[in-house]
Design a binder for this molecule. Structure first.
Ligand SMILES: [Zn+2]
Length: 341
């Protein structure tokens, strides 16, 4: 089985809500340690994401507004800093309790050798970071190795894209002065910067300021699914030129071309996005970012055990064993070697 590094999951948020453990199989969700092992996911990026409210997430159907040619979801207001810090701390404590944190490339290599199943701590939205960056080093010491500047709401550092169809990521201003400082500080510390959810002006700022590979950890491609969350051709070319990668999401809605909000997409719909990135910028710049427990995966990718089926289906499309190893983990190794200290 080819070991895979998964670019994004929201399993910490699920366990924060349901009080279970990532060490045990939890069929309420899509990803836990037993199913990572079964599916060959040697390590994954575990998101610390702070929701606006406690309790169950709102039913998407209750917040989506249908428009003449698609849909839109009202943008959430900024998160209060005190809430962001408090909830992020609770999510990080779950990671420390249940998971083995990967802090170095050598530790990631041990996971790929099958010695451990690892977790890379990722902040999805920088709200828990003080705008003066006073607590960034404390987060690094706690294991933070990856950071998405903004989720799909504005914060002190930048602006995320709204959820809507159709649309582009060209939705507003770039990084704030604090956001530009955050990019420099992450470069210096060796924290990977993730551009998923960030708008186009913010992406261009990251590309201009960062001296590390540009990484898009979970989403589809805009040429196939014209929503602001998708990565555009312009962005893909910048990612290639930086030595970075774009990781494709396992989501039925975010990979659709027609804006429909229902239905269980066929596996091929996700594979088309993987092939698109490989064909446009090369197999050395594509990866997988499931978004398990944060998205609506197709039935064929219903949980972490289904990853080998995805690799088999790509092999049937002509992907060589070497190509699949690049997709599964080699591209991540290159990017993280060029990013972490
Ligand atoms: Zn996300």
């Amino acid at each position: 089985m080819i070991p895979v590094v998964d670019g994004h999951n929201d399993a910490l948020l699920r366990v924060w809500r349901n009080g279970r453990s990532l060490r045990e199989r939890d069929d309420e969700g899509c990803l836990d340690l037993p199913r990572m092992r079964e599916g060959g996911i040697a390590a994954g990026f575990f998101a610390i994401f702070v929701p606006a409210q406690d309790g169950d997430p709102p039913d998407p159907r209750s917040i989506v507004v249908l428009t003449a040619d698609g849909y839109e979801v009202p943008v959430e207001p900024p998160l209060p800093f005190e809430r962001a810090v408090r909830i992020a701390d609770e999510l990080a404590a779950i990671a420390e309790r249940d998971l083995v944190l990967v802090r170095t490339v050598a530790e990631l290599e041990r996971c790929l050798a099958g010695e451990e199943t690892g977790a890379i701590l990722h902040l999805e939205g920088a709200e828990p970071i003080e705008p003066g960056l006073g607590n960034l080093e404390a987060w690094y010491a706690r294991g933070l190795r990856s950071l998405g500047i903004a989720w799909s709401r504005p914060n002190a550092f930048g602006h995320g894209v709204p959820f809507r169809f159709p649309g582009t990521p060209d939705t507003g201003p770039g990084l704030t002065p604090a956001g530009r400082e955050l990019v420099r500080a992450c470069n210096e510390l060796g924290v990977m910067i993730d551009v998923a959810h960030l708008n186009l002006a913010g992406f261009r700022d990251v590309a201009r300021l960062s001296d590390r590979p540009i990484v898009f950890t979970h989403g589809g491609v805009h040429a196939l699914a014209p929503i602001p969350r998708s990565v555009t051709d312009e962005e893909l070319d910048v990612i290639r030129d930086s030595g970075g990668l774009a990781a494709i999401v396992f989501d039925s809605v975010m990979t659709r071309g027609d804006g429909a909000l229902v239905g269980d997409a066929p596996l091929d719909q996700v594979l088309d996005h993987v092939d698109y990135v490989a064909e446009r910028i090369g197999v050395e710049h594509v990866a997988l970012g499931s978004d398990f427990d944060g998205a609506h995966p197709p039935g064929a990718l219903a949980d972490a055990t289904k990853v080998p089926a995805l690799l088999d289906a790509l092999a049937a499309r002509g992907w060589s064993d070497d190509d699949l190893r690049a997709l599964g983990h080699r591209n991540w190794l290159r990017v993280l070697r060029g990013t972490w200290r």
